[in-house]
Structures are given as structure tokens and as C-alpha cells.
Design a protein around this ligand. Structure first.
Ligand SMILES: [Zn+2]
Length: 391
């Protein structure tokens, strides 16, 4: 199946090193991007007219807390992942399935949960969204063979360290090394406890154990001190900024990262479902926050929620370039904004409107039910665009 997206006004690649491409068309073949360029044509079975709007990669939420399917016990809510799709999110990465009622904390139980979550989401995409889950919460007593066993069962993540009994650098360091050895991507919670029962984590624990990702450097919800934020940024670790954190600390962190030429290490997550709620537009809101108040160009902020995250996690999404999975969102300035393009809207702090989202080249939704309406809305040429309710 060949799909052509034509009349793209601006093409934001998600690649922080070349964030805007010279092109107005994307050719998709069998779910993957086949070509990006100007005036591309060919005998496409499906033609999508972007109407001069902006194409960006589908957004990646680097920090979510799913459990099973599209239900969250944390806020008793159905279809929160589908709602996020209406906020442009096409890939969700678990930072731990911590909200499972009765979550087992013994070694056998936590391994079993991680393996089941990895396999269950491997078998099922809620609303078409790619969910990478199976992120065990580290507890004291785990040994290297436990990581080997989880890896053999399909586990490729470690949930944010600090939510379980492992909370110091000395406790975490050997486990982080084992996890890395077995191919897992590791996140460490930082800042104050999210809820009663978890633990405050400062820079020392992270610096001693060296995870891949400094989890919510701006707090989830309470951040470390500004000095500790600067210490963890002055490393080679990925720096995660989340919606359900401190907005001032997010700006402090991104400025510190920019000062160290470290913007390619910044990734964006939602940290929902959480006590703050379920926020379908959370990733877009962080992009707008950084682009309007953080001196970050909007196409760079978009790269933080797409290509940067894909690089950290080794995903084949997040960049609009030939060979990648064709996960694409078509966005524009919202009706009523003083801006006339999506990127200018973000510069002003306005959330863009989403008029279409594709995953693996298939149109998942037309006009978003959650963003404000896009001024220019993409349409499938010669066919009715699917309704906002999605699949
Ligand atoms: Zn956390």
C-alpha cells in the first residue's frame, strides 16, 4: 500500500541536527517512510492533502504509567491512551506499571509483572498506539540472573528506580550495570516522592549509579535543588522533562542543558496517569512551554519529544526520514491564534491543532477531539476523513 502526503507547508523532521527538511511531500510504502522531498508523486493508493499545514513525527511520551490495556486504576479512567493519540502521541514508554492494584514487590512477582506487561502490550496496541512497557520497579534482593531472566522474557526497560526499596546509589549501581548488560534502558526517579510511600532522590544516587535517563529532572512533582539539576545535566545521561513536574524547574533544566550543548539529550514525558491526572495534551503542552518560555526553537522542542527519545530508546520512530516507521501528525496553528503556522503558535505558547495522525502509514484519526481545531485541516483526497472519535 502506497500513501502520499502532499501540500505540506513545513516539514519538521524530529532530528535535532536537521530539524526542518526541504520538502512538501512524504511517500509511505507498507507502513514505512519511503521518500521525503518536494513535488513527489507516483501512483499512490491514498493521497492526503496537508493543505499547507505542518508535518511532524508522531510524539513519543517517554514517561507514562500504564498498567494493562487502555485503563488506568490511578484515575479510574478508560481510554486515556486513545485520548493521548488525540494529542499526537503515537508511542508511549512505561516508567513502571506502578499502579497495578496489589502490585507485587517480591522478586518473583515483580519479574512476572514486568514480563506480562511487556508481552501484553507487545500483543496489543491501544487505539493503535505503540506502548513499550514491562518496566520493573527495582527491589532489594534482585540478582543478575533475575535481569537475565527478565531480558529473556522480553523486558527491555527498568522502571524509574526509587519507587521501590532500591533508592541509594550504592544499592542501585550494581543493578543498573546488570540491567545495561542485559540490554535494558534504565530510568532513575529524581526529586521528592510522588506520593507517600516512595522516596526522595537527589543527584548523588543518580551520579553514582549512572542510569541512561535522569527521570523527570523537573520533578514528579517536586524537583531536586537547582544545583543538583545542574549536576546531573553536566553528564552524558538523557535528561527528561515531564508535564506533571515543576514548570520553573523545567525552564531551569533546559537552559542548563543548552549551556552545555546538551539539548540533544533532553527528552519529554508526561508522567501520567499520576496524581496530577491524565493529560492528553501533556506532551504538546511541554513543547509549547519550552518553545514559548525556555528559549528553545519549536522544532527543537519537537525533536525532544520525538527523535531524541527514539535515539535514547533505540526506536525506529520519531524521525521523518526514509526507512522509519510512518508515524506522522499533521498540525497547524489553532483557529483564533494570532500565529499562522504551528511553529509560530508554539513560539507564542499556543497549542497547535491536530488534523490527522498516522501510525505505520495508516490514518488513525482525523481532526483531534482534544486539541483546538487546526486552522488548515488535512484531508484524504477523494475520501471522507475518519471521524474524530478514532478507531
Ligand atoms: Zn517518578
Amino acid at each position: 500500500m502506497r500513501t502520499l502526503i502532499t501540500n505540506i507547508g513545513m516539514l519538521v523532521t524530529g532530528d535535532i541536527d536537521a530539524p526542518i527538511a526541504d520538502g512538501d511531500s512524504i511517500v509511505i510504502e507498507d507502513g514505512r517512510i519511503a521518500a521525503v522531498g518536494r513535488g513527489l508523486d507516483g501512483d499512490a493508493a491514498q493521497v492526503i492533502d496537508a493543505k499547507g499545514s505542518t508535518a511532524i513525527p508522531g510524539l513519543i511520551d517517554s514517561h507514562a504509567h500504564p498498567v494493562f490495556g487502555d485503563f488506568t486504576p490511578r484515575q479510574q479512567m478508560q481510554n486515556f491512551i486513545e485520548s493521548g493519540l488525540h494529542g499526537g502521541v503515537t508511542t508511549v514508554i512505561s516508567a513502571g506499571e506502578v499502579h497495578l492494584p496489589g502490585r507485587p514487590k517480591d522478586i518473583v512477582g515483580l519479574k512476572a509483572l514486568a514480563i506480562v506487561a511487556a508481552k501484553a502490550y507487545g500483543n496489543f496496541r491501544p487505539a493503535g498506539v505503540k506502548v513499550k512497557a514491562g518496566a520493573p520497579i527495582l527491589e532489594l534482593g534482585l540478582a543478575e540472573h533475575d535481569f537475565a531472566e527478565m531480558a529473556a522474557g522480553g523486558v527491555t526497560l527498568v522502571g524509574e528506580i526509587g519507587l521501590g526499596s532500591v533508592k541509594t546509589g550504592a544499592q542501585a549501581a550494581p543493578m543498573v550495570a546488570w540491567a545495561k548488560h542485559h540490554g535494558m534502558t534504565v530510568t532513575f526517579h529524581t526529586g521528592g516522592p510522588s506520593i507517600a510511600g516512595s522516596n526522595p532522590i537527589a543527584a548523588d544516587a543518580v551520579l553514582e549509579s549512572r542510569p541512561h535517563i535522569v527521570g523527570h529532572v523537573n520533578g514528579g512533582t517536586t524537583p531536586m535543588s537547582d544545583a543538583d539539576i545542574e549536576r546531573v545535566i553536566d553528564t552524558d545521561m538523557a535528561i527528561e522533562i515531564v508535564h506533571c513536574g515543576n514548570g520553573r524547574a523545567a525552564i531551569h533544566a533546559v537552559r542548563a542543558a543548552a549551556g552545555l550543548d546538551g539539548l540533544r539529550r533532553v527528552i519529554i514525558g508526561n508522567d501520567a496517569p499520576s496524581g496530577t491526572g491524565v493529560i492528553p495534551l501533556g506532551i504538546l503542552r511541554v513543547i509549547a512551554h519550552l518553545a514559548s518560555l525556555g528559549d528553545v526553537q519549536p522544532e527543537i522542542a519537537i525533536a525532544m519529544a520525538t527523535g531524541n527519545t527514539a535515539r535514547v530508546h533505540g526506536l525506529d520512530v520519531g524521525v521523518i526520514e526514509a526507512g522509519r516507521a510512518a508515524d506522522v501528525a499533521l498540525i497547524d496553528a489553532p483557529v483564533g491564534s494570532t500565529a499562522s503556522t504551528a511553529l509560530d503558535a508554539l513560539r507564542l505558547g499556543d497549542l497547535p491543532g491536530i488534523s490527522m495522525v498516522l501510525i505505520d502509514g495508516a490514518v488513525m484519526i482525523g481532526r483531534s477531539r482534544n486539541t483546538p481545531p487546526a486552522a488548515r485541516a488535512a484531508e484524504i483526497a477523494g475520501a471522507a476523513t475518519p471521524a474524530g472519535a478514532g478507531h
